[in-house]
Design a protein around this ligand. Structure first.
Ligand code: NDP
Ligand code: 2IT
Length: 447
């Protein structure tokens, strides 16, 4: 129950109008719960219909993606783009290719993206897209044909001032290359319509590293505010994709020892600390399963299934794989083992029960929409560089990223304090992210 009659009623309408989309309900429920003190102080967000508009995407695009596999069979997937909110800038957010993708996943991610993008302080609205296509085990040719077919439909709805997609689960440099090539061909335009591009065709230095690095910068600010740091800390990171890899790299650079990483099949525990070069080779270059890491590294052991990764004792946990991967049992295990900080690299990786348990136990908790905002922030810096037709050095982009994450931490902490929730970064991030978007929506009237 949300402790406000209007917000509770709105939540019920969201559930009624979006049946069978539990992830979307979960994301909305968390934000509306955080907004209780805000609407009490500012009833205009209710009377002017801002909240009613906020929970309804501006546009949902759903399309067929036919392609031909290597054996000559016609295959059909579904494509989605949810253009959720453009109050403060063009829709911005990644594309996810994973068999679990359906409209509810894309809506939850698009909704989160509105607040995250607002928190970066940069002019970007919220959107997300994807497909139920599974890139695992596909040849480069199959990936290319799928991406070309996907873009043949999507290109009608996006553009550098309209909607700028990027990567997410299953969409990395290879996929962005195929998608950008097809967009350029169809439009006969070379523009910054996608981010996460390769460096030879308009990408930004440090975009690849940005989400993981930014997660560590944010976490470092939070830790230091409480007299702690990464230096000498043990860390457990779930996932072994883009976010996890660069979170591991930066955490180690800051003096931490990373004990474990995972993929969707299981996790590896390495008592000597993860050998990141070996991990990058296996998961990145070779696109192998993480179990291969334990075969090649004598100090590591492989465990089937990924849920139990949170039972490994650590000081800091960073879930960087997928939604709802850290549940009540995981949170209890972390607390019992003395973990003092959890930072969300993935989007909504902790279940509501886990968040509640961690916060109640006094574990420092960095919520995704603040802690992983470094990726999209650097995407916005890629857009700036594309518009300027000029590029910054790695150090310049990284410096901007560091500053953005530091400002973001302080803004979220300040918003929490201002609305009577000192120390609660979940409320702080939701409130700070909301206020900027809501004020723009108020300024436009009913649109
Ligand atoms: P990648 O595709 O590079 O990596 C995903 C990782 O998570 C892989 O190790 C994958 O294992 C694992 N994983 C995926 N789905 C599941 C699942 N259902 N259960 C268990 N493990 C799973 O994606 P990213 O690193 O880019 O994204 C990771 C998370 O970070 C996502 O929540 C994404 O939304 C979020 N994020 C990404 C940003 C970015 O810039 N890329 C920015 C902000 C947030 P396997 O290899 O077996 O599939
Ligand atoms: O969830 C996210 O913020 C991303 N996948 C990155 C989005 C982007 O536009 O860079």
């Amino acid at each position: 129950m949300i402790q406000n009659e209007y917000l509770q009623g709105l939540m019920e309408r969201v559930i009624d109008r979006n049946p069978a989309e539990p992830e979307f309900h979960q994301a909305v429920q968390e934000v509306l719960t955080s907004l209780v003190p805000v609407v009490e102080a500012h009833p205009e967000y209710i009377t002017e219909g801002v909240l009613e508009c906020l929970v309804e995407p501006e546009r949902v695009i759903k399309f067929r993606v036919p392609w031909v596999d290597d054996a000559g069979n016609v295959r059909v997937n579904r494509g989605f783009r949810v253009q959720f909110n453009s109050a403060i800038g063009p829709y911005k957010g990644g594309l996810r290719f994973h068999p679990s993708v359906y409209e509810g996943i894309v809506k939850f991610l698009g909704f989160e993206q509105i607040f995250k993008n607002s928190l970066t302080g940069l002019p970007i609205g919220g959107g997300k897209g994807g497909s139920d296509f599974d890139p695992k085990g596909k040849s480069d040719g199959e990936i290319m044909r799928f991406c070309q077919s996907f873009m043949t439909e999507l290109f009608k709805y996006i553009g550098p001032d309209t909607d700028v997609p990027a990567g997410d689960i299953g969409v990395g440099a290879r996929e962005i290359g195929y998608l950008f090539g097809q967009y350029k061909r169809l439009r006969n335009e070379f523009t910054g319509v996608l981010t996460g591009k390769g460096l030879s065709y308009g990408g930004s230095l440090a975009r690849r590293e940005a989400t993981g690095y930014g997660l560590c910068y944010f976490t470092d600010n939070m830790l230091r505010d409480h007299g702690r740091s990464f230096d000498g800390a043990t860390v457990v990171i779930s996932g072994s994709g883009n976010v996890a890899t660069y979170a591991c790299e930066k955490a180690m650079e800051m003096g931490a020892k990373v004990m474990a990483m995972s993929d969707s099949g299981g996790y590896v525990y390495d008592k000597d600390g993860i050998d990141l070069e070996l991990m990058k080779q296996i998961k990145g270059e070779e696109r192998q399963r993480i179990s291969v890491y334990a075969q090649r590294r004598p100090t590591a052991e492989y465990h089937e299934g990924c849920r139990h990764i949170w039972e490994i004792p650590c000081d800091i946990a960073m879930p960087c794989a997928t939604q709802n991967e850290l549940d009540g049992a995981g949170a209890r295990a972390l607390i019992a083992n003395g973990c003092y900080a959890v930072s969300e690299g993935a989007n909504m990786p902790c279940t509501p029960e886990a968040v509640e348990l961690l916060q109640e136990a006094g574990v420092l908790f960095a919520p995704a929409k603040a802690a992983n905002a470094g990726g999209v922030a650097t995407s916005a810096l890629e857009m700036s560089q594309n518009s300027m037709r000029f590029y910054w050095s790695f150090e310049e982009v990284d410096q901007h990223l560091k500053q953005i994450m530091t400002d973001l931490y302080h803004n979220a902490a300040a918003a929490a304090e201002q609305y009577g929730k000192k120390g609660d970064l979940v409320s702080g991030a939701n409130i700070a992210g909301f206020l900027k978007v809501a004020d723009a929506m108020l300024a436009y009237g009913v649109v």
